[in-house]
Ligand binder design. Sequence first.
Ligand SMILES: Cc1cc2nc3c(=O)[nH]c(=O)nc-3n(C[C@H](O)[C@H](O)[C@H](O)COP(=O)(O)O)c2cc1C
Length: 157
Amino acid sequence: MRRLTTTVSVISCAHGDAWFGMTATAVTSVCAEPPAILVCINGTSAIHSPLISSKRFCVNMLRVGQEAVSQAFSGKLKGMDRFTAGSWSQSDGGLPYLETAQANLFCRTEQVVPFGTHSIFIGAVEWVQLADRIEPLLYEDGRYVRSAGLLEGTEPT
Ligand SMILES: Cc1cc2nc3c(=O)[nH]c(=O)nc-3n(C[C@H](O)[C@H](O)[C@H](O)COP(=O)(O)O)c2cc1C
């Protein structure tokens, strides 16, 4: 899987008075009708149990320059201290979201499928917030990289 280049996201949720967040690259579109995505979360991670209880989560897709946010949410910081990395707000629905992410996908958990060490959370996307600039923070072969356009001048499909 080191050969699979992926956008780095932080999965966030709220449970009780606390916020939880974790860096994840196992984030994939499931379908557009209805809009749904999946995220794979290790059962040993601190966010796993609050994610199951809260039934709502936000996928915050990071952009270039947010490497420190990724590091904070993958072990460098713990608990609520993680939210000192980057500028975080609370949505009307009570979900923490990264204001400067390139995209925030606000989801309602529809299914949780346990498999091996992980659980696959399938979320219905209820609301999306997009930044104008698309400059994803990518992860490849254990390091952060950026994307480069090919076939410049062509229209996006
Ligand atoms: C770039 C990157 C991607 C990661 N992707 C995932 C992932 O998709 N799912 C997962 O369970 N852990 C993933 N991790 C590991 C967790 O972020 C890390 O183990 C985290 O510290 C676990 O949360 P905890 O410290 O709150 O228990 C990733 C880590 C990094 C650095």
